[in-house]
Design a binder for this molecule. Sequence first.
Ligand SMILES: [Ca+2]
Length: 233
Amino acid sequence: MAGVGSLRLRVFSSASNTSSIIPVAESDAINLAVPLTGQHPTRIPVSGGEFIGVAISSTLATDCFSNSGLTEDVAVQAASGPIGQPEPVFVSSDSGALLNIAAVVEPDADGDGYGDETQDGCTTDPTIHDRACVQFKVGKVKRNTKNGTATIAVSVPGAGVLELTGKNIASKEEAPSASGDVVLTVKAKGKAKKKLKRDGKVKVKAQIAFTATGSAEPIQATAKVKLRKKSTK
Ligand SMILES: [Ca+2]
């Protein structure tokens, strides 16, 4: 059902009571002009024992009370005053009144203020939350002495773009759709290819970059790879 004005989720201090409530945080405003359904993600840290409620911008906003019939359910009404300032309750509704609102609380193991279940892409590093923990591991290098190439197994943390570049090696790009191992083939070109052909071995430096989906910043690693090629003469 559409309404008038906007609504914010408010969290009140556990010290609030039926004569005074203390708002400690609030969400962004949710426009009531569009039908209000589903969940509205927000980030408000709670320690336990707080109360929740709504702040409405217009007295035309519809009250959403239902009756639970339980005496311990008490809904109170006060001015939507500034955060941190105690507000006297001016209407104490009948016991048994329930405000039609619920909040889902998520753990926050790294303390970054992003709920670990749906908001935090990396729950082990508080500096990263808008993407996966961008760490990738460069694994074993396997040489193919027949072709003069080598493969590197790279373990990626999730979906993204994995790029192999480097001086005198062929560039390669892979787009893993999930976490796991990606095998990159290192192939000499230019001067390195000539040296490999002439000497049967060459050292190249592979630059590996992984850009997690949704991230603008690639993380990089380098791997020194020795290529060998058996003479076919
Ligand atoms: Ca978190």
